[in-house]
Design a protein around this ligand. Structure first.
Ligand code: FAD
Length: 400
């Protein structure tokens, strides 16, 4: 078995040396092979190893742990997020308690501005946004609500993302903030997107300019990667980074597989590819301490090719002479980032899900494994629930 693992590792091509590569240390045979070392895979590896004394081989085709939440110091020494800004927020005490075993936290409340012409205004739309945009002097929640009501264009049956916004705030604000941004982000018009997409961006009648309203909003004190390192630092866990599942003789590795990669890829795209939206990240370091007043500035203007710029020092609180920023350019091809929420895609996923249920020894978890746009806390919740179900099933088998 270890020969098979060695062969897979040798097949890795041009994998840069990652800060957290643990050389496989001959800990097999394994009880579980876990594919993907993001939140889903790492939480399950930790629980199975520490909670159930199972031996786990955790592989990822990327040369690092953390999945899309991976962060690292760039050439200038600024802590940046390789796959775009990740802000932790949740309403679940259980999830905070669980993750707090592996990290301390830096309180952080996320704020986003949208660049509209020469103005930068808060997103989601709140009283300040409307006052700045229209030169108004709305002073109370009631004033703001009445103003938005006067703009709203009620739509009887709300089907799409466009319907949600126009129904709530009318065509003008829709065009200013949502139409161009959504077209760039998704590559299709909001009138073709499921209503669930925009349900994520509420409007406010007050002047609360926090992007999230969750009870817990914070960043891991030393970053996500440090948190993941603590999570998978267990004698029962062996890491194989830069190793693709396809290159492992999985059946010979372990009797049970947990798969957090793309479900359609697992089944050889048998029913067709599940559509994803991808991103190109352009990272830059600037010789100045500050670039913009908040961590993220959105660019809804359709003539600007990127959707947003992130400046990481706001998120991390790092003090540094320079600052690092990332431009995000949405694109069709590349790593799968956002499942595209359309009814036909949900139907295609259902076909794969039915196939997945027939697999006796493979469990599909995570954003890619279950084709859902989940935030980090939701993926942690899903992984902990999966672990509980597995433990209950094992107990039942042992008692029978
Ligand atoms: P992933 O992190 O994608 O991990 C899956 C891993 O599986 C990957 O590392 C991949 O390399 C590996 N893999 C896939 N196939 C194979 C294979 N065949 N062999 C080996 N390895 C494989 N959430 C928030 O809560 N707050 C935010 O602010 C936020 N911002 C985001 C910004 C962007 C740009 C994106 C794309 C997502 C954001 N998210 C955010 C969502 C967050 O990234 C996910 O919830 C979380 O990372 C999902 O974890 P996961 O383990 O399911 O998937």
């Amino acid at each position: 078995m270890n020969d098979l693992l060695d062969e897979a590792i040798e097949r890795r091509e041009n994998v840069p040396v990652a800060p957290v590569v643990h050389r496989p240390g001959r800990k097999g045979p394994y009880d579980f092979l876990i594919v993907g070392a993001g939140f889903a895979g790492s939480v399950l590896a930790e629980r199975l190893a520490a909670g159930s004394n199972k031996r786990v081989l955790l592989c990822d085709r990327r040369p690092h742990i953390g999945g899309n939440a991976y962060d690292h110091r760039d050439a200038a020494g600024v802590l940046v997020h390789k796959y775009g800004p990740h802000i932790f927020h949740t309403n679940s005490d259980d999830i905070v308690t669980y993750l707090s075993r592996f990290t301390a936290w830096r309180p952080y409340e996320h704020r986003v501005l949208a660049q509209v012409g020469d103005k930068r205004v808060p997103m989601p739309i709140n009283r300040t946004t409307l006052n700045a945009l229209y030169g108004l002097d709305l002073r109370t929640d009631a004033d703001t609500e009445a103003f938005l009501r006067s703009r709203a264009e009620p739509i009887e049956t709300i089907r799409t993302s466009r319907d949600v916004v126009i129904n709530q705030v009318g065509s003008e604000l829709y065009r200013t903030f949502f139409e161009g941004y959504s077209r760039k982000q998704w590559g299709i018009d909001p009138s073709e997107l499921d209503k669930a997409v925009t349900a994520r961006v509420p409007t406010r009648f007050n002047d609360d300019d926090r992007y999230f309203l969750d009870t817990f909003q914070a960043m891991p004190l030393h970053g996500y990667t440090a948190m993941f390192e603590n999570m998978v630092d267990h004698d029962n866990i062996e890491l194989a980074l830069g190793v693709d599942y396809k290159d492992l003789a999985a059946d010979q590795m372990a009797p049970q597989i947990i798969y957090t990669g793309p479900i359609d890829e697992y089944f050889g795209h048998r029913f067709g590819k599940l559509p994803y939206r991808s991103l190109r990240f352009q990272h830059e370091t600037l010789n100045q301490r500050r670039f913009q007043p908040v961590a993220v500035v959105n660019y809804p203007d359709p003539s600007v090719p990127y959707t947003r710029i992130t400046e990481y020092k706001h998120l991390t609180g790092q003090v540094h002479e320079q600052t690092s920023i990332t431009y995000e350019f949405p694109q069709a091809d590349g790593d799968p980032y956002y499942p595209i929420p359309r009814p036909e895609n949900a139907a295609l996923y259902k076909q794969y899900e039915a196939l997945a249920k027939e697999q006796g020894n493979v469990t599909f978890v995570g954003r890619l494994g279950t084709y859902r746009y989940y935030n980090m806390d939701q993926v942690v919740g899903q992984a902990l629930a999966t672990y509980r179900r597995m433990s209950i099933a094992t107990e039942a088998r042992e008692q029978a």
